[in-house]
Design a protein around this ligand. Structure first.
Ligand SMILES: [Zn+2]
Length: 62
């Protein structure tokens, strides 16, 4: 997959937020942030981590 194809596969809201130039820039930098799990397969591990954190939070609530 090329960057452009990956970019096209992003959720519409992400495409609008990033733009293709910004997306490529973030790819180069390997950027992660609190919402990077939304960016797709590259951030699968981030999504897993996010789920783990949310589960932990839920278990803390009684
Ligand atoms: Zn990430």
């Amino acid at each position: 997959m090329t960057d452009l194809e990956n970019y096209r596969a992003l959720p519409p809201a992400e495409k609008e937020r990033l733009g293709f130039a910004k997306y490529q820039e973030e790819l180069r930098q390997g950027t992660h942030n609190k919402d990077c799990w939304l960016w797709g397969a590259r951030h699968y591990r981030c999504a897993l981590e996010r789920i783990g954190n949310l589960e932990h939070k839920l278990k803390g609530q009684t």
